[in-house]
Design a protein around this ligand. Structure first.
Ligand code: ZN
Length: 318
């Protein structure tokens, strides 16, 4: 599943509007609503994000109103991501620590290397680039000079005059991806501390809105729980196995002392090898098998999680 991240301020700008956190969202124009509607699809989640200082654990009412307007116009918003931190606070949401994107991606298994971000300021472009997401900067009523003059973000990203043309750019790159192959390298691996379940104070608030997003989140959590259960099970099994082998070793030693064995037992128990080396060999073989077990469990749990994901994509297409 890929995503189009779009800043709520950019949606407002496209309708020539501005607003504050506590105000209600004014009416978006039909061209903006139509452009947002085009962004969503069976394989694409629409993620609306923004910075609302002090918004706490709830979505700001103005953002909820915007999402209702989009939904009433047959558009789709799957996820809302909000940085509620004060301006200047060192949160992990933006730029070289793009928690806005990583938080949503880790919770919904989004493929960032085929995702897009539509924003309207330089910070959006830097944030997108840090996560391997394709940025598209929407100018609105401003000139390129006004937006980029004082920044050193570079110039190798798409700039669109408005949202409909940003949506067209995305449609074209998606056509390239389906006809001649993915145009981008795989995105960087998401650091574990950005998993949205971690719920750290300096990460953004991630809220699943659509049924698809809720299902995806439940599946991811399920896979993680399962992995935890299996790890515990492996630890118990290893400790149990250790106990059993110690018991067998003691019994064998005892039997050796009280009982005569046939000659082949000498070879069967590798007694021609010095005892410390024999110990090391058995330890190495044991450690090898335990790591093989851990590796195969982790691998198959991950495959099960992503397999369920792809299965759903197919059933939606069909
Ligand atoms: Zn933040």
């Amino acid at each position: 599943m890929k995503a189009v991240f779009i800043r709520s301020q950019t949606i407002l700008r496209d309708s020539h509007l501005t607003h504050e956190l506590d105000e209600s969202t004014p009416r978006l124009v039909p061209a903006t609503l139509e452009a947002v509607r085009q962004l969503g699809g069976p394989e694409t989640m629409v993620v609306v994000y923004d910075h609302f200082a002090g918004s706490g654990d709830e979505l700001p009412p103005s953002l909820q109103q915007m999402i209702s307007q989009i939904e009433n116009a047959a558009g789709r918003v799957d996820v809302a991501v909000v940085c509620g931190h004060q301006p200047g606070a060192s949160c992990h949401c933006w730029e070289d620590s793009p928690g806005i994107l990583w938080g949503a991606a880790s919770r919904f298994a989004l493929d960032l290397s085929s995702s897009f971000l539509i924003g309207d300021c330089v910070a959006d472009v830097i944030t997108a680039k840090a996560a391997g997401v394709r940025p598209i900067l929407v100018l609105g009523d401003r000139s390129v000079q006004e937006v980029l003059a004082t920044s050193d973000v570079g110039k190798d990203f798409a700039v669109a005059p408005d949202l409909p043309r940003a949506a067209e750019f995305i449609a074209i790159e998606q056509e390239i991806a389906t006809t001649v192959g993915a145009p981008r390298d795989p995105a960087v691996e998401i650091p574990i501390e950005f998993a949205a379940e971690a719920g750290s104070d300096d990460l953004p608030l991630v809220v699943a809105l659509s049924p698809e997003a809720r299902q995806s989140q439940a599946r991811r959590m399920g896979a993680r729980l399962q992995l935890g259960d299996i790890t515990r099970w492996l630890v118990f099994l290893t400790v149990g196995g250790l106990g059993l082998s110690l018991g067998i070793a003691y019994l064998m030693t005892h039997l050796y002392r009280v009982q005569a064995f046939p000659a082949y037992v000498y070879y069967l128990t590798l007694q021609f090898i010095p005892r410390p080396i024999r110990g090391a060999i058995f330890l190495a073989v044991g450690a090898l098998f335990v790591s093989l077990a851990v590796y195969s469990v982790v691998k198959s749990t991950r495959a099960a999680a992503s397999g369920a994901h792809e299965g759903r994509g197919r059933s939606q297409r069909g």
